[in-house]
Design a protein around this ligand. Structure first.
Ligand code: PRP
Ligand code: URA
Length: 209
């Protein structure tokens, strides 16, 4: 696998991915597990964020502290990406949030765009695109293209489950982008669903099955 694909391995992630895969899991429990996985992804992804030193006063004396040098912008891909936002905001509460609306056509499996709204300072920010599912890679590739066109350079993609096909597409079309994932699955079925996967992440998050 390419060096730009980073599988986050952690016992708590394995526990939660199991909950997310289980067909018996309710939407309420699904949302909670996705939020916890997002917490861990947020910690891992921000590990190398640049810091700037700042002078502060403790109650006892002056000391030097740190703040994040760049703003952080989260960009969930609607709908399913919304399920990752709160988990990231719990770890990076100062982040701004943009939105990209894409819906995969069930027949062609091509993404159809329906909404874009992102903060202005993409060029100077750490931008984390959020979407739990990387299947054919069509949606991720399109969304990354848009964010780059709007100036994003410090851009990474955080997902929950990735397929080998999706990784290959994003790698080919965006060789500069790091993909962080909580699970690497086997393959896609004939309808473009990830196997073993967890089904339709948007429907399971929002109870629209
Ligand atoms: C899902 C998922 C991704 C996309 C992945 O969204 O959240 O955006 O499919 O598939 P791909 O890699 O083959 O493009 P979907 O289009 O089902 O929309 P939803 O989140 O509104 O349910
Ligand atoms: N979108 C999903 O929500 N799940 C898949 O398995 C593939 C695309």
């Amino acid at each position: 696998m390419n060096k730009n694909f980073i599988l986050i391995e952690h016992p708590l992630i394995k526990r939660d991915v199991t909950i997310l895969r289980d067909v018996k899991t309710t939407s309420e429990t699904f949302r909670a597990a996705l939020q916890r996985v997002s917490n861990v992804l947020a910690v891992e992804i921000s590990k190398n964020f640049e810091l700037t030193s700042i002078d502060i006063n403790t109650p006892l004396e002056k000391t030097i502290g740190s703040k994040l040098t760049q703003d952080v912008i989260l960009v969930p891909v609607l709908r399913a990406g919304l399920g990752m936002v709160n988990g990231f905001l719990q770890i990076i509460p100062e982040a701004k949030v943009g939105h990209i609306g894409l819906q995969r056509d069930e027949e062609t499996l091509k993404p159809i765009e329906y909404y874009y709204k992102v903060p202005k300072n993409l060029e100077t920010s750490e931008v984390i695109m959020l979407d739990p599912m990387l299947a054919t890679g069509g949606s991720a590739s399109e969304a990354l293209k848009y964010l780059k066109k709007r100036g994003a350079t410090k851009l990474v993609f955080a997902c929950l489950v990735a397929s080998p096909e999706g990784i290959k597409k994003v790698e080919t079309e965006h060789p500069d982008i790091k993909i962080f994932a909580a699970a690497l699955d086997r393959e896609l079925n004939s309808k473009g669903y990830i196997l073993p996967g967890l089904g339709d992440a948007g429907d399971r998050t929002f109870g629209t099955l």
